[in-house]
Ligand binder design. Structure first.
Ligand code: NAP
Length: 470
């Protein structure tokens, strides 16, 4: 596929290959965008903004509904693309495509609700003869940078609100998974988005990232990715609005009164969805000591039933890591935890790009595996005595995206809600739950700002005050 710059689909002699992670097959290639391409994409977006800012809201809505229609008509193709270039099974990819439809539908609906307020200027002496209001105006050129693990829906979370608000965009998708993003770009073109409003550049973040992020014409950077990329971008960005959805290390607490079947089934699913390459994936589970042995036994039994393999096979439950380097990283972290006393109850083996669904106990809470973001199919089970202690241990990491608690006791649920330092606290489901319209984001190293269309629209617009003096 080609990249979209200046309203044209452009190619370059140098290419970046796109492989199918589960069997290493080359499925496509995209141009290796250069620094010059990055500058061209921004110049195009600067011109595009003069068009997008003048698009009436009904027109923006029509375009977004057009993209929704296009996606519905090409649903299977989008799902196949996600499952081929990315880490999801075909069933997981269908869910992502359905969520993308929801994200874009909400964007079209919310476009009509970008509201302002009248301001009571006469609330302070001297304001008697003043009337006015504020409204929200688009921020300008937005640089959107997206990760590999949700290659379609996380792109929609950038483009939907950006177009709804009247901004123009330079999108840089993950180098491992550019195809879903380029196909979504084609959907916007087909839906009538004027040329230059959306530009998509393919190319390595390490090569073109600084040129894009440091450019003064870019008024906002919205990144979904890892902490390292976030910190690199902050070093060069200068004074721009910044929104960052970064990694996490999500804890689940299981109380002695929990519904065991739900607590096991939902947490197994939450730990191994997308082979654990999921920012809200379950990483650490704290289980009350009275139910610990029973929970662990059921958890391991359920995990052993996960069918790993060809992501395009309907029967497959879990696919591969994005590449062998990542699978080796997980292997290294598990081996290090084992050398520090951790015990593998099931899994713990790498097969090329695949890493087995792995359940561990007794991993020291200072091990890298417990402290950092695993981003792989490994889950750590811990015993706790008192809820206060479980909450303290859950809070002990430097991330704070999602936390969860399984309990039938409303008092325990509210204690967890108030004391867990996370962007969301999920009761009686795992951390792996998100509705695309909810405010989504975290504290500490998990990021800056919130996504979820209404909340992205606040980030991607600014209030302008209008004051008439009579
Ligand atoms: P990543 O390595 O940080 O890459 C994310 C994006 O940033 C890619 O497009 C990458 O380009 C680009 N990038 C890297 N360095 C850059 C730089 N210096 N300047 C500009 N762009 C740069 O993350 P990933 O491995 O794709 O995704 C996994 C991470 O994303 C995990 O930490 C996960 O938790 C996080 N994530 C967070 C959320 C959330 O909503 N909070 C959701 C999903 C994933 P290249 O691909 O070319 O390197």
């Amino acid at each position: 596929m080609r990249m979209l710059i200046g309203g044209e689909w452009v190619d370059r002699a140098e290419k970046l290959p796109v492989y199918r992670p589960f069997d290493g097959q080359l499925i496509d290639q995209v141009p290796a965008g250069t620094k010059e391409d990055a500058l061209k994409a921004i110049e195009s977006a600067v011109e595009g903004f003069q068009i997008s800012r003048r698009l009436p809201v009904y027109k923006r809505m029509e375009i977004l509904w057009g993209v929704v229609d296009y996606l519905k008509k090409n649903f299977n193709d989008f799902a196949m693309t996600i499952a081929s270039e990315g880490v999801k099974t075909i069933r997981e990819a269908r869910k992502e495509t359905a969520r993308c439809l929801n994200t874009l539908s909400i964007s079209a609906e919310e476009a009509r609700r970008i509201l302002g307020e009248t301001i009571p200027f006469d609330s302070f002496p001297g304001g008697e003869n003043r009337v006015g209001y504020y409204y929200r105006f688009p921020i300008g050129v937005i640089l959107a940078i997206t990760p590999f693990n949700d290659p379609l829906n996380l792109v929609a979370h950038k483009l939907g609100p950006a177009i709804a608000a009247g901004n123009s965009v330079v999108l840089k998708p993950a180098t491992d998974t550019p195809l879903s993003a380029l196909k979504l770009g084609e959907a916007f073109v087909q839906a009538g988005l004027p040329p230059k409003v959306l530009n998509i550049i393919t190319g390595r973040g390490s090569e073109i990232g600084d040129t894009l992020a440091s450019h003064p014409a870019v008024r906002m950077i919205t990144l979904t990715g890892g902490v390292e990329a976030g910190l690199d971008i902050l070093k060069v960005s200068g004074l721009k609005k910044i929104s960052m959805e970064l990694g996490s290390n999500c804890p689940v607490i299981v109380c002695e009164d929990a519904d065991m079947t739900k607590a096991v089934d939902y947490s197994v699913s939450g730990a191994f969805w997308a082979a654990g390459q999921n920012c809200i994936g379950v990483q650490r589970i704290f289980i009350q000591e009275k139910i610990f042995d029973d929970y662990v036994q059921r958890f391991v039994e359920k995990t052993k039933k996960i069918k790993v393999g060809n992501q395009l096979d309907e029967e497959t439950d879990m696919g591969a890591m994005i590449n062998e380097r990542e699978a080796k990283r997980v292997e290294e972290w598990v081996n290090e935890a084992v050398s520090q006393g951790g015990k593998v109850l099931t899994g713990g083996q790498r097969h090329g790009n695949f890493y087995d669904p792995t359940v561990m106990v007794e991993v020291p809470e200072t091990a890298k595996l417990a402290v950092e973001e695993i981003f792989g199919p490994v889950v750590l089970l811990y015993k706790y005595h008192h809820l206060d202690e479980a909450i303290k241990r859950a809070n002990s990491v430097n991330y704070g995206l999602h936390a969860a608690i399984f309990t039938q006791d409303i008092n325990k649920a509210f204690k967890a809600i108030h004391e867990l330092d996370f962007g969301s606290v999920i009761i009686n489901d795992s951390t792996d739950y998100r509705l695309d319209q909810m405010p989504f984001g975290g504290v500490k190293n998990s990021g800056l700002g919130r996504e979820g269309i209404k909340f992205s629209l606040l980030e991607q617009t600014e209030p302008k005050v209008v004051c008439f003096t009579l």
